[in-house]
Design a binder for this molecule. Structure first.
Ligand SMILES: [Zn+2]
Length: 368
């Protein structure tokens, strides 16, 4: 499987499902962002439909077993080129995943009740499924109450608590967890990242391989992140002064902007060599004469802005913890006020974003 690292327990659970051939109607893949849950779900689908990976998976007569796929048979190619109607990958374009979006872009799940045309099953993979609007959740629930035959829903989320309890209870749950920073570092180094980059990406991603790769997608991002955090650490080590706060706050916001720009570029499909984009995340080819919607809507941009600010907050916390571990509780007491002020600086920005999202969500017509 390309670009995947860790979570052996979750993967072996999924590969046992493949081997058994008896599928649930709904799988819920949950855990923090940046672990590769959607990639694992997609690879699971691929291993289920790959023409060279059929059979019970234990006899070993085929060359592929478990969560593997040849990548060359008709089914593998149909998935990889996003040309099979039997697989639908859905990713929210705005803060909410609405019934309107699914209706317009994916024919409203109506096909869920049809027999698959090409693949052995029909699949709907919903990323960030906690963003489902109320009407979409209810549609989903109706589907799960009478699950269509030969259709599998794969729900992916880092916030399962936001799902309807009735959806949760009908799903087979698979949890994903972060790896140790050391193992992510070794994995990145094996892929050719320099020692410093691998160490920084592993540390700041907190053992999340996908996030580590995102941090590596822009050459300037990690050095800037490490630099800003060591400035922050330097201020914490000395006697924190109000004087240094404004430039620090500005540096933190500039870092958040840089992170957001990287996230936007990845969504627009501008990725470095070797960075694997899931087929449904790839930008659609531009049709001539069709202005269409931009790959990243302004609402989605705002969402990514918020994610970026959240990441910077996490990094501040991480830096503080590291200092405390190295310097003892004395640092904690001394640096708490500075930490609070730095985080409130970011919090204000974070909250502004949330207020705008809230208003947009409440007033759907305001988007027009
Ligand atoms: Zn195949």
């Amino acid at each position: 499987m390309p670009q995947f690292h860790g979570n052996d327990v979750a993967l072996s659970f999924l590969s046992r499902l493949t081997a058994r051939g008896a599928l649930p109607s709904t799988l819920l893949l949950s855990g923090p962002g940046g672990l590769g849950k959607a990639l694992a779900g997609y690879s699971f689908v691929k291993s289920l439909v790959c023409e060279k990976n059929r059979g019970d998976g234990s006899s070993g007569d085929g060359e592929l077993r478990g969560m593997e796929a040849c990548g060359e048979c008709a089914n593998c190619r149909a998935l990889e080129t996003a040309s099979s109607a039997d697989f639908v990958g859905i990713r929210p374009k705005t803060a909410k995943l609405t019934l309107k979006h699914v209706r317009e872009e994916h024919n409203s799940f109506r096909e869920a009740y049809l027999y698959p045309a090409q693949l052995p099953y029909r699949f709907f993979l919903l990323e960030e499924c906690h963003a489902m609007s109320e009407d979409l959740s209810n549609t989903m629930l109706k589907l799960l109450e009478e699950p269509p035959e030969r259709t599998l829903f794969i729900l992916v989320t880092d916030r399962p608590s936001l799902l309807l309890p009735t959806i949760l209870s009908r799903s087979l749950k698979v949890r994903f967890l972060p790896e140790s920073a050391e193992s992510v570092q070794a994995w990145l180094a094996a892929q050719g990242a320099s020692e410093t980059s691998a160490a920084n990406a592993a540390f700041f991603s907190q053992g999340r391989p996908g996030l580590a790769q995102t941090l590596l997608a822009d050459d300037d991002l990690l050095p800037k992140l490490a630099g800003t955090m060591s400035r922050f650490a330097g201020m914490l080590k000395k006697r924190p002064e109000a004087r240094g706060l404004v430039p620090l706050g500005e540096a933190l916001l500039a870092l958040a902007d840089m992170v957001r720009d990287t996230l936007v570029r990845i969504e627009e499909g501008e990725v470095p060599d070797g960075y694997y984009l899931l087929p449904w995340r790839r930008p659609r080819p531009v049709v001539e004469g069709d202005d269409g919607a931009p790959a990243v809507t302004s609402e989605r941009r705002r969402e990514l802005s918020r994610d970026a600010l959240q990441l910077v907050l996490d990094w501040l916390r991480l830096t503080l913890w590291r200092l405390e571990r190295e310097g003892g509780p004395a640092y904690a007491a001394r640096s708490a006020p500075l930490f609070d002020r730095a985080t409130s600086f970011l919090d204000v920005n974070l909250r502004e974003e949330q207020v705008v999202d809230y208003v947009l969500a409440k007033l759907p017509d305001a988007r027009m």
